[in-house]
Design a protein around this ligand. Structure first.
Ligand SMILES: [Zn+2]
Length: 289
């Protein structure tokens, strides 16, 4: 279970290799939604269109890599109806339904398509900007300003403490969470800030506690819309929980036998939480999907 991490069978590329068949997978987006085969109500699992050509007229196309030797294209289209047998669906709605490897490649495609859609003009002089650097960037035709896809680093930290009654995890519910879950703390890195300083600042701002023993866990791109989550674990050092108004609806120390609803298995948050559970309770029922 790799979550939204690109599978090892995927090679990110910007140009189709000469020896690869034309076409392949078509990750076509309409206003941020992905074209999939089989609509939500269909008994068949959704898939991605394949073929030499996209299954509907597209306005721009970008080669994004090879999945098990098959070309992958990201494309966007105008506000048109999907062909028969297809539907446009939000990526998040495809969690657990679209195979993980296709979902991860779709995440890359979504970010590349969105970058090109929102950078057709120069941010300095507003002249048209053309695709540049083999599709990686856009360059202004008037002043030469070059723009690359925006990737926003964000820290995530799971704070834990080991008490006489066992391990407890500090999990919080953000005011903007769409589903009734609790998760690790997270926040965006600010200009010139280190990720480590961001962990300490955000943890204190969001729940009023100080942490120590920061340890790197892993990272994962999160295309909603363009985050890079950099995850850590930390031990509680001091302070009682005090939720930041407007940001955190609730935060609590949860013992492992009273854990709340947790994030999707596709998120690094869940892998982080699972790892902290597995350290002390490898047979915990929540570790079985
Ligand atoms: Zn310009």
């Amino acid at each position: 279970m790799n979550g939204l991490i690109l599978p090892s069978s995927f090679t990110p590329l910007w140009d189709p290799p000469a020896n690869v068949a034309a076409g392949g997978y078509w990750f076509v987006f309409r206003a941020g939604k992905l074209l999939v085969t089989a609509a939500a109500a269909s008994p068949h699992p959704p898939g991605i269109a394949m073929g030499e050509r996209p299954p509907l007229p597209v306005t721009d196309r970008h080669f994004i890599g090879l999945l098990a030797g098959v070309g992958c294209w990201a494309a966007s289209c105008n506000d048109i109806e999907p062909p028969a047998g297809f539907a446009f669906e939000a990526l998040r709605g495809l969690f657990y339904r679209l195979p993980d490897n296709l979902l991860a490649v779709a995440g890359r495609g979504a970010q590349i398509v969105e970058f090109h859609r929102t950078h057709r003009h120069c941010g300095v002089c507003a002249a048209p900007a053309a695709v540049d650097d083999f599709g990686r960037a856009r360059r202004c035709q008037a002043c030469g300003e070059i723009a690359y896809p925006r990737i926003a680093p964000a820290m995530m930290v799971l704070v834990k403490r080991d008490t006489a009654h066992g391990r407890e995890l500090l999990l919080a519910r953000g005011t903007r969470f769409a589903t009734p879950i609790y998760s690790a703390l997270a926040g965006f890195v600010e200009p010139s800030e280190s990720v480590e300083d961001c962990v300490h600042r955000e943890t204190f701002e969001e729940v009023g506690v100080r942490v120590r023993n920061l340890r790197y866990f892993g990272s994962q791109g999160w295309p909603f819309p363009h985050s890079l989550m950099i995850a850590f674990t930390a031990d509680h050092e001091s302070g009682d929980i005090a939720c930041e108004a407007g940001e955190i609806e609730d935060a609590q120390w949860f013992p492992l036998d009273k854990l709340p609803e947790l994030p999707s298995w596709l998120s690094i948050a869940r892998r982080l939480i699972n790892a902290a559970i597995a350290e002390v309770a490898p047979d915990h029922p929540l570790l079985r999907r």
